[in-house]
Design a binder for this molecule. Structure first.
Ligand code: NAP
Length: 303
């Protein structure tokens, strides 16, 4: 059964040129306190970067609550942002004592319960975009579509997407329920999406690909004993000099060059680096420069 969404139009799906990742803001990273999170949110909004990327599991199920505590105090901020969150991974945590082992779960019950938990934690009445964090090998697309349809009808979730799905898994779901976005790992360190068809699929369907760990989780910027990475960093420095830019800006410009319109999910907790990212929109690498970085990253000339 195809789940028609009368109110749905891909053209109306909006996303900023960069998303703000929250994975490292709390317990899994910089451990910001409430006033630091508040300033961080204000700074991002002032830059017109209003899409915040969460997942229920971040900070072992605590980061949504840390962020939500700020929204409780400052509901005006909620009105100025869009919230993406994810569900479907169950990690072992003292905050979820019922989880015996790590597993994936995309049953209707788990999806619906996760959304209820996220709404409570984030102090909001709706999620702008819900992503299925990882494919559950046991997933039934009809069951997922029923969960999505119910959440949409209840006004709890506006848009739906996936993360880390294969081409065929996306097809299974997209055929019965329209998706808006696919979040995958893409960077000069992880280039699979350029070759495995995921970006082609996004272009074909007109859905937005978002890139997690666009800087390779920081690996591409820190000194490395890996020869390929060190060689790549030399080329990045060359281009940074040419464009009077920082290396992270070159890495983000490299992702943006792809016609699928990749939106990077920034992982920094520093506003100065968010500002740099925004400024990287001015950089338009040439075709040859794009390949120069690709070849440096792979360590081989293309065929
Ligand atoms: N869907 C999924 O499965 C999935 C998986 C992982 C992550 N995500 C999402 O993607 C977001 C981004 O992932 P990520 O944090 O791995 O992204 P990233 O931007 O590749 O890496 C961020 C890390 O790089 C460091 N960094 C940034 N700029 C730097 C610079 N100029 N020099 C040195 N280090 C620098 C940051 O440290 P500072 O804070 O000090 O700048 C931070 O530790 C997450 O927040 C999350 O929302 C999704």
């Amino acid at each position: 059964m195809v789940h028609n969404r009368k109110s749905f139009s891909l053209e109306e799906y909006k996303i900023s040129p960069f998303m703000i990742g929250t994975m490292r803001l709390g317990q899994w990273g910089s451990k910001m306190n409430a006033s630091e999170i508040e300033k961080f949110i204000e700074g991002c909004i002032a830059l017109d970067l209003i899409d915040f990327d969460h997942a229920d599991i971040y900070g072992s199920y605590t980061t949504e609550s840390d962020f939500g505590a700020v929204l409780k105090k400052r509901p005006d901020l909620r009105n100025q942002m869009r919230i993406t969150t994810k569900c479907g991974i169950r990690i072992v945590s003292k905050n979820r004592p019922e989880h015996q082992i790590k597993s994936y779960d995309l049953t209707k019950d788990h999806i619906k319960r996760s959304v209820e938990n996220s709404l409570l934690a984030l102090h909001t009445d709706h999620i702008d975009t819900l992503l299925l964090h990882r494919p559950d090998f046991l997933f039934d697309p009809q069951e997922i579509a029923r969960a999505f349809t119910a959440l949409e009808k209840e006004g709890k979730v506006k848009n739906f997407g996936v993360s880390n799905f294969s081409i065929s898994q996306c097809e299974l779901l997209q055929e019965i329920f329209p998706l808006c976005t696919h979040q995958v790992e893409i960077s000069l360190l992880h280039r699979e999406a350029f070759e495995n068809g995921i970006l082609d699929q996004c272009q074909k369907w007109g859905i937005t690909p978002t890139a997690w760990s666009p800087l390779g989780g920081g690996v591409l910027l820190n000194s490395s004993e890996d020869r390929n990475i060190a060689e790549l960093q030399k080329k990045i420095t060359l281009l940074a000099e040419k464009y009077h830019a920082q290396p992270d800006q070159v890495l983000l410009a490299w992702l943006r060059k792809h016609p699928a319109g990749i939106v990077s999910v920034l992982g920094t907790s520093k506003l100065s680096r968010i500002k740099n990212a925004k400024d990287s929109l001015k950089i338009n690498l040439t075709h040859e420069e794009w390949y120069m970085l690709w070849q440096a990253a792979t360590g081989t000339e293309i065929a």
